[in-house]
Design a protein around this ligand. Sequence first.
Ligand SMILES: C[S@@+](CC[C@H](N)C(=O)[O-])C[C@H]1O[C@@H](n2cnc3c(N)ncnc32)[C@H](O)[C@@H]1O
Length: 468
Amino acid sequence: MAGASASSDELASRQLSLLLAPPTDDDVAAYYASLLAPGRPGHGDVLVKPSSTYRGRGLFAARDFAQGERVLCEPPLVGIQQESNREDATVCAQCFRYVGSIERQIATRLLRDSHREACEGVVERRVLEELAQGTRTLPNSSHFPLPECFECHGGCDRNSYCSDACASNAWSRHERHLCVGPCGVSGRGLAATAFVNHAKETNDIFPLAARVLLETAYAAENKRNNRIEPAMNPDDAHDDADQCLVDAWRPYAVAHKGVWWETVAKPADVPDGAGEDEFRASMRDIAAESLNLLRATLALSDANVLDRYPGLFTIEVYAVVIGMFELNNLEVAVASPVEDYFLAADETFPEDSPERLVTDPLLDALDVRYCVPCEGTGFFALQSQLNSDCDPNVTPLKDDGDVDGSCVLVAKRAVKKGEELTMCYVDEDADVRERRAELADYGFECACERCERESAGLGQARRGGKTK
Ligand SMILES: C[S@@+](CC[C@H](N)C(=O)[O-])C[C@H]1O[C@@H](n2cnc3c(N)ncnc32)[C@H](O)[C@@H]1O
């Protein structure tokens, strides 16, 4: 196929066609078989196979489940905390565990400008600073231990980690390119800041899409370096490199995707025709700006990654990765230990006790935000195969022991081996019109039995065939 003299353009177009080609049925089957191998999450519990024609592939029960039983618990392949949620939850940027201490979680929230007014006359700034620095403790907080907070290797104050392993993992996989801190090659932090700030102003998903590209390049490099018998002749070496890239990309190749600006639903306030064309063209421009900023960062952090994977860092691939996140229901959520702490304080200490005189003002200042959980977006290899149904048989439900960003699915009713597993992507209690409107954001019209039944009922009612 390729020769040793293949130019960068040839390499880019060859990689691009490999990355955009839909995987064959055999590749898909082999991928899910390896994902569900013995010892892996989901083994013996779930299977991935074709669903009904209108839904594509789906997730199926590989055994019977009782009502309330846990069906799947799976960590995300990549994930990121929502920008707006950073104020309310200090979590490990790699695995989403809350870090530091209860004192620090509370104080860092209250020290932010957004809480300044709520704290006035209620709790002293000095107290908050001592709580944040660890020189003052709160009653009962030792019952809510959190992992120590590890700093980012790049010296940024944006990301914290729950262990050196998580910090190192994040650094080697993506943060050495994306961290806004001062460490590393001169200028890289500034270039990364431009990329991150652009995403803050436009779309939170861009840094997550960038991670997918970087994770893919990192995995492809690892596969290349770990080849037992590296190819000796240049043609074979190119084929080898291609195969490593294709294998590294497989988790995303099999996912449901679409070009971001083509697939998202048109907002109601955008007019049809030229107005819609303009709207979609502006999305494309924003994505292109973001990719250019990412490429500028990579040129400083490790230009080799651009030279070796020119097809990966293209607008075509960036577009489908952003589309993948927009079209799938892929939330990361972790309950707040701060909420547990205050609920326990309420139960343990009587009103007006010395302990409550310490905890109540903090609770007052936090107000309803005391219970905000960690919220983010992630990509889950198996959960991303779950289709939507408005009468679903599984639901996401974590318990107290689920302290990281894994997704947990629980059976809503007894499920028989072989049944398709489904969850409702939107509010199950909404009526059919509202559900369908919300599902338009995921790029499809729900054709589940309940929607068909209820929309037929609506049609009949409109024609006067239904009186109640
Ligand atoms: C998270 S993916 C689920 C896996 C997907 N079926 C596949 O083949 O990769 C979501 C996509 O599945 C399809 N889908 C899921 N539930 C559906 C439903 N109730 N009716 C029609 N299409 C559905 C839609 O194309 C949707 O955008």
